[in-house]
Design a protein around this ligand. Structure first.
Ligand code: UDP
Ligand code: MG
Length: 317
């Protein structure tokens, strides 16, 4: 019998997961009737400080189809997704948020599309950013605009991590073992035939968003660093440009002094130029440093997550 694994990264979602699991079970019922498909729910508790872990245990005691992975601390949503993927046994895999902003009722239609059109992945995209703070949505749009221009990995604006895909895609994602993970890009990078479905914005069932503006900004820089080396090229280009300008200026002033015997003037200009070039050098070094820091993290090869407790016995190698 085929199996669908639903992976839910949870960070302080104690008030949501019960309702979320209930809705998933209901959403999968028509699929059970039509495709005779079994369900497994993987709750990945990303080091929550609320009742998420207890709730996950409780839910798994009540329903054997619910599995839990409890992290030793908060490793981030990307790590939770990776942990879920590496423990999911399903032939089909679904990733969704715990807060019901990704409506479980869509699972059935998305699965039917996947099977009906013989696709490898069906992903969800939000129709509008309504309800989001203006500044946040402005930055998000700018990010997608920028990344689509500076990277070969074309990411869709409004794309969520909510998607259903086949085992082939899951194995491909798992084969990318990098530490600095950016799922939206990874799914595009691995390829496969993907179709998008659109859905309107939904409010959180309860609780608050775990992504502060700063956290999102950091995440978007990580996305840029992981999928584009253009910033490095820009800094080399700026370096070359400034060298060229300085050579031209040196020749110009040398000739001017030789021909007209001009006294040395323009100290304020000199100071401005020194500051500008100094600043630019630091900026470029900063860019270099960012790439180096990411490389350092990769080279250390630390585990992406540490599981403190789980009810999954047969560990997948
Ligand atoms: N999440 C997580 N670890 C984190 C932050 C968030 O596992 O460090 C989970 C969170 O519990 C939720 C999903 O990622 O299931 C999306 O988070 P959230 O709803 O806060 O993001 P938003 O929908 O506001 O973008
Ligand atoms: Mg949410």
């Amino acid at each position: 019998m085929p199996l669908i694994s639903v992976i839910i990264p949870c960070y302080n979602e104690g008030s949501n997961i019960e309702h979320c699991c209930k809705e998933i079970r209901e959403a999968v019922l028509p699929l059970k009737a039509e495709y005779d498909i079994d369900l497994e729910i993987l709750l990945v508790d990303d080091g929550s400080t609320d009742s998420t872990a207890e709730k996950a245990r409780e839910l798994s005691e009540r329903d054997g189809r619910v599995k839990f992975l409890i992290f030793s601390r908060n490793f981030g949503k990307e790590a939770a997704i990776f942990a879920g993927l590496s423990h999911a046994r399903g032939d089909y895999i679904c990733i969704m948020d715990a807060d019901l902003q990704d409506p479980p009722s869509m699972i059935s239609a998305m699965f039917k599309k996947l099977k009906g059109e013989n696709l490898d992945c069906v992903a969800a995209r939000r129709l509008s950013r309504k309800g989001e703070p203006l500044i946040r949505s402005l930055f998000a749009r700018t990010f997608y605009w920028l990344i689509s221009r500076i990277s070969d990995t074309k990411m869709q604006d409004g794309a969520r991590d909510f998607r259903i895909f086949t085992r082939k895609v899951a194995d491909a994602i798992l084969s990318v073992t990098e530490y600095n993970r950016f799922s939206k890009g990874l799914f595009i990078w691995v390829g496969f035939r993907t179709e998008w479905v659109e859905y309107p914005y939904a409010e959180r069932f309860s609780g608050i968003t775990k992504w502060s503006f700063l956290k999102l900004l950091k995440y978007s820089f990580e996305g840029i660093i992981a999928y584009s080396t253009l910033p490095l090229a820009i800094s080399s280009f700026a370096g070359m440009l400034f060298c060229f300008i300085s050579i031209v200026m040196a020749i110009y002033y040398a000739l001017k002094a030789l021909i007209y015997g001009d006294p040395v003037t323009g100290f304020p200009t000199l100071i401005c130029i020194i500051l500008l070039v100094g600043g630019l050098q630091l900026f470029c070094m900063g860019i270099l440093g960012q790439y180096l820091a990411k490389t350092y993290l990769e080279v250390k090869n630390r585990p992406k997550f540490i599981i403190a407790y789980t009810n999954i016995k047969d560990k997948i190698p």
